[in-house]
Design a protein around this ligand. Structure first.
Ligand code: PXP
Length: 240
């Protein structure tokens, strides 16, 4: 079984927010992604609202035909938001205002009590909970201990590796972490920094059932169109 593609449409919203107009609409992009074979729509509603807005979450909840995955910080404000809009999946991510994008995974071990409360709250609301973590066995075990349903492995270090040796080490970490998470009964996704050149080896890891990809798809869409950009990625996942 190939991994399903979750298309992250944040950067369609980035383009819209650059002018604060009502286009291009990430909701339209999400519908096009689904028509092109995406199995999930992913959005990150950040505290500073730099791209996705609450309106996008609200409309996507009404229009999304596949699964809606909301990436969010583990705060009370965001838990309230999740209860209000009921995404299918919440992926808990670390968030710092000054970062360009999500840098590094959650320290589940270091914030066990707070994260455990948030996971319980969300699960009580029938929301599947995934933890965005580095491919680190301790973080996987900690996610399991606080009853997370899934983990999403941060692929940033694998994607940024400059030498074959570094890439191969990071790739092994992804494989080990994916195996550990499924052994513990958790589903396993991966994402961050994946593109048309580096995605294949990750898509070959049998334990990884989902890849969330945004920037590379939106960037390619500028030149080839959104439909084709998504289809090309779906094809890579089907034939890795
Ligand atoms: N998964 C998570 C948890 C993320 O935070 C992001 C970035 O928002 C992505 C996947 C997608 O990363 P990229 O835009 O680099 O494909």
């Amino acid at each position: 079984m190939s991994a399903r593609l979750g298309v992250n449409v944040d950067h369609v919203a980035t383009l819209r927010q650059a002018r604060k107009l009502n286009y291009p609409d990430p909701v339209t992009a999400a519908a096009m992604a689904e028509l092109a074979g995406a199995a999930q729509v992913t959005i990150h509603l950040r505290e500073d609202r730099r791209h996705i807005q609450e309106r996008d979450l609200k409309v996507l909840r009404e229009t999304c035909q596949t699964l809606l995955n909301l990436e969010m910080a583990a705060t009370q404000e965001m838990v309230k938001m999740a209860y209000e809009h009921k995404p299918d999946v919440v992926t808990l991510v670390p968030e710092r205002r000054e970062e360009l994008t999500t840098e590094g995974g959650l320290d589940v071990n270091g914030q066990k009590d707070a994260l455990s409360r948030v996971v319980k709250n969300l699960k009580d609301g029938d929301i599947t909970v995934s933890m965005f973590v580095d491919p680190d066995i301790d973080q996987i075990k900690a996610s399991h201990r606080i009853s997370a349903d899934r983990v999403e492995l941060h692929t940033g270090r694998y994607c940024e590796a400059r030498t074959e040796k570094d890439r191969s080490r990071e790739y092994s970490r992804l494989i080990d972490a994916a195996k550990a998470s499924t052994k513990l009964g958790m589903g396993c996704a991966a994402g961050h920094g994946l593109n048309y050149e580096n995605v294949r080896p990750v898509a070959r890891i049998a334990e990884i059932d989902e890849l969330n990809i945004g920037h590379a798809i939106v960037a390619r869409a500028v030149f080839v169109g959104f439909d084709r950009a998504v289809r090309e990625m779906v094809e890579l996942l089907r034939n890795p």
